[in-house]
Design a protein around this ligand. Structure first.
Ligand code: SAH
Ligand code: DHB
Ligand code: MG
Length: 246
């Protein structure tokens, strides 16, 4: 797809491909994520396996995955929740960030995505750290919250929300109830090439509505402090909402 001209709206799902963003990603990765890095081959395999199985090309970029892994390490997070597994690419970044006592629960509605993810996660040697739960986030998260409330499951230290954008705020509200104080919640794709501030799409596009709902909801939530990071890179102009549970 051609990059949009100034003033032109871009709402298609294909990535913007500004050559500067791609070049900077490649340059940074060549120094910051080299083949000797832990799980390097496993991440490459996961990306390849997703492509071979025809999964959509919408995983986080390598630099974004590396950012998530650094957050997990900074927090010393042990109990991690992900909503939206796809082929397990971000899951491998999260599960491989710290040691063998890390546990990742990742929720995926699509059986086929879950099967590809399990294969790539097992190939990474991370099968015993990761539970792929097949189901819709709106069904699974309340069940997990019940397990946490019953003491059957530890509170989460870190969560990555990257599934159906319409339910972003529902997911964050659920996560706050089952996270520890001091946990971090990151929501992907809240900028959407800047369309998050398009007045028309704010009324008509359910994903833009979902992004706006979670940004505005985080701002109002008594137990969240949050900021928004706009991100460009090899895949898109988009962004993370980064929340602290207090
Ligand atoms: N986090 C992944 C990318 C996730 S893409 C990565 O970066 O590697 C979004 C995923 O969310 C898709 O696999 C899609 O099937 C899943 N999804 C869509 N609706 C969902 C729902 N209601 N509940 C759980 N997962 C959902
Ligand atoms: C889409 C979903 C994502 O989670 C993402 O990072 C990029 C695109 C999508 O559904 O188009
Ligand atoms: Mg995403």
């Amino acid at each position: 797809m051609e990059p949009p001209k100034p003033g032109q709206k871009s709402t298609a799902q294909t990535y913007e491909q500004d050559p500067r963003w791609t070049a900077v990603d490649r340059y940074a990765l060549s120094h910051l994520h080299t083949p000797s890095a832990p799980y390097y081959a496993a991440l490459e395999f996961a990306a390849h396996n997703a492509q071979q199985n025809g999964l959509p090309d919408i995983a986080v970029s390598p630099l974004q995955g590396q950012f998530l892994a650094l957050q997990v390490r900074l927090l010393r997070a042990k109990h991690i929740l992900e909503v939206g597994t796809l082929g397990g690419y971000s899951t491998i970044w999260l599960a491989g960030a710290t040691g063998p006592d890390t546990r990742v629960t990742t929720v995926e509605v699509d059986e086929r995505h879950a099967r590809v993810a399990r294969e790539s996660i097992a190939r990474a040697g991370l099968g015993d750290r990761v539970e792929v739960v097949v189901g819709a986030g709106a069904d699974v998260l309340p069940r997990l919250r019940g397990e946490v409330a019953a003491g059957a499951r530890p509170r989460f230290d870190f969560a990555f929300v990257d599934a159906d954008k319409e339910n972003n705020l529902l997911y964050v509200d659920e996560i706050v109830e089952m996270a520890r104080v001091g946990a971090c919640v990151i929501v992907d794709n809240v900028v959407r090439k800047g369309t998050v501030v398009d007045a028309e799409l704010a009324e008509t596009d359910p994903r833009v509505k979902g992004s706006r709902a979670v940004i505005e909801g985080a701002g109002k939530h008594p137990r969240l402090d949050a900021t928004l990071m706009q991100i460009v890179g090899e895949k898109n102009y988009d962004g993370f909402l980064v929340c602290l549970v207090k």
